[in-house]
Design a protein around this ligand. Structure first.
Ligand SMILES: NC(=O)c1ccc[n+]([C@@H]2O[C@H](COP(=O)([O-])OP(=O)(O)OC[C@H]3O[C@@H](n4cnc5c(N)ncnc54)[C@H](O)[C@@H]3O)[C@@H](O)[C@H]2O)c1
Length: 334
């Protein structure tokens, strides 16, 4: 069931992290829906911010190069908004293994700054937060539904869970309405392609396009519910447009599950280049690896009416075609 999206037409929207992977795809869709869109991004090193991501909509969005932690700027930016999508975050899982402070500072304090700004200056705004499935940690039972225990294994995942809880506290204590989402592994156009510290499916795509070896850890049997970015954007928007979803948390994942080995084989098949090699886990990767994971998406289907619609083969074909066309914008830093 597709939800009515007309309420975004003419609405004033802020997307934090709007020059990044998911944020820029979301921004493009919001512009198509007729929203008045402002993107906030601090273009943090090593993350997915890329000016080219907004090339098709550059003259139809406002871009504010600020940091989510700047209280005065946030106080100003949230004032007149109808919707805020909070996607700015430190998401470098490898960095968070060695330095906990950016996660704590950006994901927890940054979220608190945003929520305080809303509470003070625009308590009627509606917010959506994109957290991670990593908040669950190792799955107790598959597929993982929203009632399962939360056992984040790393600082990044803990900071995402804490941010999610902050949203709930502001929703329930101060009436600042929000929806929090737990996204699975997302792949697709406009992700950073400079390193493999996060976004493994996209990194495999780069290796295949470069006709390189794709190193798959272990025997490649660990399973995930990889989700295409356009489906992810659709989930975010359908939630935001669903009044009864506010105050709740939803998994955003896929009921098609693939192992890392299957993902790599599909990328090689669709691209026609690259090859696979199975390699041992590094100690850091082994420590952070939660094992098999797939999301139970019954709840978002029941309450919001969203289900994914893109097959892995189609999503990969579109992703590979995009990067082949725009390779120079993603293969090296500007
Ligand atoms: N991509 C995934 O598979 C995935 C999965 C689960 C959750 N998420 C979450 O979704 C959100 C968006 O992820 P993405 O994949 O688009 O990442 P991304 O790195 O492409 O985008 C994040 C953007 O946030 C910006 N940013 C970081 N810190 C900032 C700050 N202090 N102030 C302002 N801007 C800041 C970065 O410059 C970047 O452009 C993140 O919070 C991430 O943790 C992503």
């Amino acid at each position: 069931m597709a939800r009515d999206m007309t309420e975004f037409s003419g609405s004033r929207v802020l997307v934090t992290g709007g020059l990044g992977f998911i944020g820029s795809n979301l921004a493009e869709r919001l512009v198509e829906l007729g929203a008045d869109v402002t993107l906030l991004d601090a273009m943090i090193d090593g993350h997915g911010g890329n000016f080219f991501n907004t090339a098709p909509i550059r003259d139809r969005v406002k871009i504010n190069l600020s940091d989510i932690r700047e209280e005065t700027t946030l106080g100003h930016l949230v004032r007149d908004k109808d919707f805020i999508f909070h996607l700015a975050g430190q998401n470098d899982h490898v960095l968070s293994l060695t330095n906990p402070y950016p996660d704590i500072d950006i994901n927890i304090k940054g979220t608190a700054v945003l929520l305080e700004a809303c509470k003070r200056h625009n308590p009627n705004v509606r917010l959506v937060y994109t957290g991670t499935r990593g908040e669950y940690g190792t799955a107790v039972k598959l597929p993982v539904d929203e009632e399962q225990p939360m056992n984040p294994r790393g600082i990044y995942e803990l900071s995402s869970l804490t941010a999610q809880r902050l949203f709930h506290i502001y929703h329930h204590n101060y009436g600042v309405k929000s929806i929090t989402l737990r996204l699975t592994n997302i792949y697709g156009e406009r992700a950073q392609m400079l390193h493999h510290r996060f976004g493994v499916a996209n990194w495999f795509v780069r290796l295949a396009i470069d006709d390189q070896v794709i190193p798959v850890y272990g025997d490649g049997a660990i399973r995930r519910d990889f989700l295409y970015v356009a489906d992810t954007v659709d989930a975010i928007l359908q939630c935001a447009a669903c009044e009864s979803a506010y105050g709740d948390v939803f998994n955003v994942g896929n009921n098609q599950v693939s192992s890392f080995g299957e993902l790599a084989r599909e990328i090689v098949r669709v691209s026609g280049t690259g090859r696979i090699e199975f390699v041992p886990f590094s100690p850091e990767r082994a420590a952070a690896e939660p094992g098999d994971f797939c999301s139970d998406i019954t709840k978002i289907g029941r309450i919001v009416g969203w289900t994914p619609s893109t097959s892995l083969a189609d999503g990969l074909a579109r992703t590979i075609a995009y990067y082949r066309t725009h390779q120079s914008e993603y293969w090296s830093s500007p």
